[in-house]
Design a protein around this ligand. Structure first.
Ligand code: FAD
Length: 564
């Protein structure tokens, strides 16, 4: 009874919007508290997640027009692009996070935040079941349910181990701030262990073998950070083992950074080869133990095992269980990620929106249009196009759908341009339509889902908040501006992703970047561009100052090697 009283007091104090208190039996032996019964005039928007998508939605939302509640197990926003820098102490963990409550304070307290994880979305009754996941020795109920009028799902994704045996138990991941802090401690631990007396040289060598599985942007950036940390700081502190350190990147594809322009992946591979970072392409990890990593070489089918000191697994992401469960409820069980339309509304569910890594826009209309462009170009139905016609088709697609450009200009274009040459590498006169259709089917699946990046998540959050800010106005005038009346057009423009380029820091003050307008930039000047862009993108002046001062500290004093 006393814990219920305490909870009632807490809820009453936490903001005028909590209007009722009732208790229901959530599951055997557990009580769940229901907050926010619907007697509030404003529509209630519940946002799940305080990552890139959730925070960017909240930043621009007119919070006076809605009753806004935010649920997330993290009471902070993390600037994920700088997570690899946290693994080696180039920046400190607290410099890249912004407390959610600081952000709420700036919105005059009109947003309420609950530090909890949403365990279940009950779409039929517009209810959420949430559970506090912090310290579990604290008194009071951990579970509560929330009603919503509109739900914004922005819970991101979780690491994908592809069910590889031993990965969960023996690998580090690089997804959350805690992961980066754990890696930092483990790297130092590997060095401290390697210099202990009584170890053989082989044992020291094994302890200092750092393996990164996954040659995407995160894996590559971590490898580069680690290489800098070792060569700029640790070799001076652990001189006796400096020649025993080895960094290996294992990549199942033929190149690292293969979602970037070909020139960037070549530049990265050459840079890593000069730095002594061993890049093993065409290898798939099949199992892991605390001592060894076992992989299969794709070309020969040969299986080999390598001993390791530390493994970082960075191979991609998958849907979170709460989203999977929701997808099953709304008939999307057979999909990989939650499908939305181009207005970010979840298909098959009323008043639910999804954005960021947990969602994917189903751009079937775009792909249908693209197919029609190909068909129209093949005027004589011959099944092939001349090179000129082929190039016109690509140009036409890019003009109409700039979001496709990102894919066509990266590795997928290589698949397509390969069709322009015969097996000897000589240019062809014409392109076989079936051939490029099958090359394009690869593009097709990629284009349907935008890349899982902070850039997409942030743009979607900003777009959705604009729609919400105009919702009331549009409800009064559902057909939109007079000129659209009766035309069946939607009130809002569909979401359009604008690709602003992407960076790949490669260590040693070198970076590569794909910039808007098909620019590729590589080298030291790109690294300085990276510094300025990432400083400017910080969510607050507080974190901006902290990050820049961390970079300055690192230039002057080097990185801190304490294992704390
Ligand atoms: P997230 O930012 O992951 O946020 C999800 C939020 O949901 C979190 O607050 C989480 O606590 C919360 N949550 C989770 N489960 C629940 C639940 N059950 N109930 C309620 N809340 C929940 N992208 C770039 O564009 N450029 C980069 O340079 C870049 N670098 C990266 C480096 C690293 C190391 C990593 C890991 C990612 C990087 N990304 C980068 C990708 C980018 O971070 C993600 O695409 C982006 O975070 C997706 O945003 P999101 O809001 O969908 O998810």
């Amino acid at each position: 009874a006393s814990s219920k009283l305490l909870l009632l007091c807490t809820l009453s104090l936490s903001g005028g919007g909590v209007v009722a208190y009732s208790e229901s039996q959530a599951d055997a032996g557990k009580t769940s508290v229901q907050v926010n019964e619907k007697d509030c005039k404003k529509k209630r928007v519940v946002v799940l997640g305080t990552g890139w998508a959730g925070i960017s939605f909240l930043k621009d939302l007119d919070v006076s027009a809605y009753d806004v509640e935010v649920v997330s197990p993290r009471n902070y926003f993390a600037f994920t692009p700088l997570l690899p820098s946290v693994t080696c102490g180039t920046v400190e963990a607290r410099s890249i996070v912004e407390p959610v409550r600081n952000m709420i304070k700036k919105r005059n307290g009109e947003v309420r935040f609950w530090e909890a994880e949403c365990m279940k979305i009950d779409a039929a009754n517009k209810k959420l079941l949430c559970r506090h996941t912090g310290e579990n020795n604290l008194v009071g109920n951990d579970e509560f349910s929330l009603d919503y009028d509109y739900l914004v799902i922005a819970v991101g994704a979780q690491v994908n181990t592809f069910n590889t045996p031993g990965v969960l138990e023996n690998c580090h991941f690089l997804k959350e701030v805690e992961d980066a802090q754990k890696i930092r401690r483990s790297v130092i631990d590997c060095f401290e262990k390697a210099v202990l007396p009584g170890l053989t040289e082989e044992e020291r060598r094994i302890n200092l073998h750092f393996v990164i599985v996954g040659g995407g942007p995160t894996g590559v950036e971590f490898a580069a950070e680690l290489h800098d940390f070792v060569n700029e700081d640790l070799v001076n502190l652990y001189p006796s083992v400096k020649d025993l350190v080895k960094i290996t990147v294992i990549q199942s594809g033929d190149h690292i950074l293969n979602m970037f322009d070909e020139r960037i992946s070549c530049f990265a591979e050459q840079k890593f080869s000069r730095d002594g970072i061993d890049v093993q392409t065409g290898c798939r990890v099949i199992s892991l133990s605390d001592k060894e990593i076992t992989m299969k070489i794709k070309s020969t089918g040969e299986i080999c095992s390598v001993p390791h000191g530390l493994v970082v697994w960075s191979t991609g992401v998958q849907t979170r269980p709460v989203v999977k469960d929701f997808m099953a409820q709304i008939g999307q069980a057979n999909r990989r990620v939650l499908a939305t339309d181009e207005w970010l509304r979840v298909k098959g569910s009323e008043d639910v929106y999804a954005l960021g890594d947990c969602a994917s826009i189903n751009q079937r209309k775009v792909m249908e249009d693209i197919s029609a462009i190909f068909k129209a170009a093949d005027k004589d139905n011959s099944g092939s196009l001349t090179i000129k016609e082929f190039e016109d088709v690509i140009d036409d697609i890019l003009v109409r759908y700039p979001q496709v450009k990102h894919y066509l200009k990266s590795k997928h274009l290589r698949d397509v341009t390969d069709l322009l040459k015969d097996p000897e590498g000589n240019p062809r006169d014409a392109v076989d339509i079936e051939g490029f259709k099958s090359a394009l089917s690869h593009v097709d699946t990629q284009v349907k889902s935008l890349p899982a990046t902070a850039q997409v998540a942030a743009q979607q959050g900003a777009y959705l908040s604009k729609c919400f800010n105009r919702k009331n106005q549009c409800e009064d005038n559902p057909e939109g501006p007079r000129r659209f009346k009766g035309s069946g057009r939607h009130q809002f423009r569909p979401f359009q992703y604008k690709h602003l380029g992407q960076f790949a820091p490669l260590g040693g003050e070198q970076a590569a970047a794909e910039l808007p307008g098909d620019w590729v930039s590589m080298g030291q000047s790109t690294q300085w561009l990276w510094y300025s862009v990432y400083a400017s993108k910080q969510v607050s002046w507080r974190t901006r100052v902290l990050v820049v001062s961390d970079w300055t500290r690192r230039f002057i004093f080097g990185r801190d090697s304490s294992r704390i």
